[in-house]
Ligand binder design. Structure first.
Ligand SMILES: [Zn+2]
Length: 381
């Protein structure tokens, strides 16, 4: 499935929508910190133990699906017990501060305000996402950041037509990059009235490349950790909690998890170099390895992220409960819960959920997994 997921028809990518410092260890999240942003007096929150994440990850809706999106948020999410929604916007937002960076089907501020209001009324915490570092292209399409600023590319001029690579990366050491990137993140976070931001950072394969005069020859774990810290510090300075995918922090060789859901490109030592207040989204779609427990033991709040296999989702949920039952509270309380992924596009997922034909097999799988997992979550009380 991993190979299939990386095919050029992967819907995940057709709808573009993750210095050692003692102070960080000292500042690990308290339970109160973990709970503070979850709406307290809502139907969804009442269904879950306080602070538990019962989340869904979707690409941001296309403009013509906005009404459908509002209906889904208001009707389906509280009914299912969803209390957190990660919306992957990528560059599909009409950024006023950086209008040169925009994809097709971008949402405007009033569109996003409607989504945010629907989430607020439904008791759902809305977290916007822009993929940082990696995933700056898919197949032959280079995304808006590197189209507008091609000199931010980690491998500028190389791989014409994106042939021979998985996805482009931006250069984390380019001196002009972060002023642009932070404008995008800030504006989107404000539009969503968010208290957290998901920076992606999964599946980064191009890092420390020989084509980059700033990065070549550098330690890839230090490069990765440096970018994590840079993003985290910016977000923390604005009161925003950082979320990211966890795969680059896992040793793909030692764990046997391989190069997709873990790292085989020397980034994994970065896990020891970043603050412990980052929420790790530990995605595994074929099985339920104990990596979320490892992240929690390492000091990170963590959610488990399944995709389309109900048995995998239930096994990951059991892992969460097992650790909570059997580990010291310091570890158990970091097992925040579940974040179901979809990778089929907002419209197809939601239409399939509402029973509107035709449902593709992929959409049906993701919806079935979502329904099965959230039924189990509701049963758990
Ligand atoms: Zn570079």
């Amino acid at each position: 499935m991993r190979a299939a997921r990386r095919s050029s028809t992967d819907p995940r990518r057709l709808t573009p929508a993750p210095l050692l410092c003692d102070a960080w260890a000292m500042s690990e999240m308290s339970r109160r910190d973990l709970l503070r942003a979850i709406p307290a007096a809502t139907a969804a929150a009442r269904q879950a133990p306080a602070g538990e994440v019962r989340g869904l990850h979707l690409s941001a809706p296309r403009p013509d699906d906005l009404g459908l999106a509002v209906r889904f948020i208001r009707e389906a999410l509280p009914k299912e017990g969803v209390n957190l929604l990660v919306l992957e916007f990528g560059y599909r937002y009409r950024f006023s501060r950086r209008p040169e960076i925009r994809e097709q089907d971008a949402l405007g501020p009033q569109d996003v305000a409607r989504l945010a209001e629907a989430c607020r009324e439904a008791g759902v915490r809305l977290i916007p996402q822009v993929n940082c570092l990696g995933h700056q292209s898919w197949a032959r399409t280079t995304f808006a950041l590197l189209r507008a600023y091609p000199h931010f590319d980690e491998t500028p001029g190389a791989y014409p037509g994106n042939e021979g690579i998985y996805c482009r990366s931006y250069c984390p050491l380019h001196p002009e990059l972060h002023a642009v990137l932070f404008d995008l993140m800030d504006e989107l976070a404000e539009a969503c009235a968010a208290d957290a931001f998901h920076v992606g950072m999964d599946e980064v394969f191009l890092i420390g490349e020989p084509q980059c005069p700033r990065c070549r020859g550098r330690n890839k774990a230090e490069l990765f950790a440096g970018e994590v810290r840079r993003l985290r510090d910016h977000l923390a300075g604005r009161g925003l909690q950082m979320w990211m995918w966890g795969d680059r922090f896992l040793d793909g060789e030692r764990t046997g998890l391989g190069k997709w859901e873990a790292s085989m490109n020397q980034t994994h030592p970065a896990v020891g170099m970043v603050p412990r207040d980052i929420v790790i989204c530990d995605w595994h779609y074929e099985n339920a390895p104990p990596t979320a427990a490892w992240f929690a033991t390492e000091g990170f709040p963590v959610v488990c992220s399944p995709w389309r296999k109900p048995e995998v989702a239930l096994a990951q949920w059991e892992l969460v409960r097992h650790v909570r039952r059997n580990a010291p509270d310091a570890i158990g309380r970091r097992m925040l819960g579940m974040l179901q992924t979809s990778w089929v596009g907002f419209g197809p997922f939601v239409r399939t959920y509402f029973g509107e034909p035709p449902a593709s097999p992929r959409a049906q799988e993701a919806v079935n997994c979502f329904r099965t997992l959230f039924e189990a979550l509701r049963r758990a009380g």
